[in-house]
Design a protein around this ligand. Structure first.
Ligand SMILES: Nc1nc2c(ncn2[C@@H]2O[C@H](COP(=O)(O)OP(=O)(O)OP(=O)(O)O)[C@@H](O)[C@H]2O)c(=O)[nH]1
Length: 505
């Protein structure tokens, strides 16, 4: 989970405030101090923290609040809004359009002194960016114009080949402008609609680096310039982002290594202060550990309130269209079978890192899914699927729990090469999920493809029956669920998103 330490500290401080018998100046003061401490520990600039403190005190003027006001809710909302304000750098003025050829230039400033050069992660991030859009139907291509760093082309080539993305570079040519131009021309001829140019991140002198960047910029006339920075530099990101903002007109920022560094909060707030829009964050080495940076869902996940829209977006990416109507039909008849569980496990594994997905589900906060457990959860799901591969169709499609006799379980254990106890664990997990999803029985199923009708039926009552009680409690009961669904807004077709139907993202 990104910024787990910061998020955990703030949500625990809010929890303590919620548990206080009365809300007075002392309780409010303690809350603000704890949040300020957590932000300073995350390397957020002192002045930004001071502004946040005074803003919250201004908004939550306890004396003015008439009796009966839900002070807890007002304070929680004020903290949420101030965190969003701190991290919101606005939206980039340019986003690629599918089918319309565009050039995106990646730059990074690792500084001239080789001793403190950080690997910003730019070369890896170029491929993550291409891969993200490829999954959404774009035709990306990668051009390696980094002729300074030995091995840059090999690395880009390796990443691009793994992601099945066309690439262009040269071992012979040392002029980055020439390579960039040739690559862009070639991929325009091949009708690629997202041409990504990776430039040198390092140089002996910073002036040479800037000059090279300017020449490549003039030659390729990019529609967007993306500045990649490593979150570990914390609030020092301000100067770099400021310099970048002043040197290019159409810019955006990607902050990498948000998974590994406690100073990520400082980096994000520093970039936001320069009003350079942050569009993605890197959250690991894996190609899929790359997330759109949307402030509200990000802060919502930071505080353990989840991010349904991001989760639905993920589901929409992976639940095949042809699976939905049949799946919905079965769920509406209360038929949650082992085969359905198997198919949903397959989809879940396609969504990318489990932690990333779970952190989007309300209640699945970082404490419930610490970093180490993600790999373990992933491995457990794969073991469950191996056991289900040893089941007969009758066993997979039956909803009669009595069908699973001891001899069948022994056969499955032998077939999967797993101990009997694990088969029993898997069946217990199935029964738990069947109980949760069984509550969707009676849902009115829209005609094929019209998922928006479903989300109109899926009101708070339905959702509260589907969510496990502890999760419902974590998001603040029915009230919390109500405000969470309001956050989704009517344009977010929640259940439609879950089953790949309507709604916009
Ligand atoms: N944990 C983590 N590692 C990352 C992330 N992004 C990149 N990396 C790793 O950081 C290391 C350096 O990444 P590169 O892409 O090689 O960075 P670089 O090429 O040195 O950067 P430039 O020289 O500016 O091109 C690699 O091992 C990447 O896998 C991230 O978000 N999280």
């Amino acid at each position: 989970m990104v910024l787990a330490e910061l998020g955990g500290s703030i949500s625990r401080a809010l929890q303590r405030m919620n548990n206080a018998p009365t809300i007075d100046e002392k309780v409010l003061g303690e809350l603000i101090n704890e949040i300020a401490r957590a932000l300073l520990q995350a390397d957020v600039d002192f002045k930004v923290v001071a502004d946040m403190r005074s803003n919250i005190k201004k908004i939550v003027n306890l004396d003015d609040l008439a009796a009966g006001h839900n002070k807890r809710k007002i304070i929680q909302q004020a903290v949420f809004n101030e965190l969003c304000k701190m991290l919101d750098a606005g939206k980039p003025s340019y986003t690629p359009k599918k089918g319309k050829p565009s050039v995106t230039m990646f730059v990074g400033l690792q500084g001239s002194c080789i001793c403190w050069v950080q690997c910003s992660g730019k070369t890896t991030t170029c491929t993550k960016y291409a891969h993200y859009y490829q999954k959404k139907g774009w035709k990306p291509a990668l051009v390696c114009a980094d002729t300074f760093r030995a091995g840059a082309f090999d690395q880009l080539k390796q990443n691009a080949t793994k992601a099945k993305i066309p690439f262009y570079g040269s071992y012979m040519e040392s002029d980055p402008v020439k390579i960039a131009l040739e690559g862009v021309e070639r991929f325009k001829e091949e009708n690629c609609d997202l041409i990504i140019v990776d430039t040198s991140g390092r140089h002996k002198q910073e002036a040479a680096l800037f000059e090279e960047m300017r020449q490549v910029y003039e030659a390729t006339k990019p529609d967007l310039v993306i500045f990649v920075m490593d979150s570990s530099i914390g609030q020092a990101a301000f100067n770099q982002a400021q310099a970048f903002k002043q040197s290019v007109s159409v810019g955006a920022v990607i902050v990498t290594k948000m998974d590994g560094h406690a100073k990520g909060g400082g980096a994000l707030s520093a970039v936001a202060a320069t009003k350079s829009p942050i569009i993605f964050i890197g959250t690991g080495e894996h190609m899929d550990e790359f997330e759109v940076f949307d402030v509200k869902p990000f802060v919502s996940r930071l505080l353990g309130m989840g991010d349904w829209s991001g989760f639905m977006d993920k589901i929409q990416d992976v639940v095949p269209m042809d699976q939905q109507p049949e799946l919905l039909q079965k769920l509406s008849e209360g038929q949650f079978t082992l085969r359905i569980m198997y198919e949903q496990f397959q989809n879940l594994l396609k969504m990318g890192p489990i932690g990333q997905v779970f952190s989007m589900i309300p209640g699945f906060s970082s404490e419930l899914m610490p970093k180490g457990h993600e790999k373990e959860s992933q491995a457990k799901i794969k073991r469950y699927m191996t056991m289900m591969d040893s089941m007969t169709n009758e066993e997979l499609d039956s909803t009669n729990p009595k069908i699973m006799t001891e001899s069948r379980m022994m056969r499955i254990a032998r077939g999967a090469g797993r101990p009997m106890i694990e088969v029993m664990d898997m069946l217990d997990e199935y029964k738990r999920l069947a109980k949760v999803w069984g509550k969707m029985k009676g849902l009115k199923i829209p005609k094929r493809g019209d998922m928006s009708a479903l989300s109109r039926n899926m009101n708070v009552q339905h959702m509260s029956k589907v969510l496990p009680p502890n999760m419902l409690k974590q998001i603040g009961g029915m009230g919390g669920l109500q405000s969470l669904m309001k956050q989704m807004g009517s344009s977010k077709d929640m259940m439609g998103g879950m089953f790949g139907g309507g709604g916009d993202r």
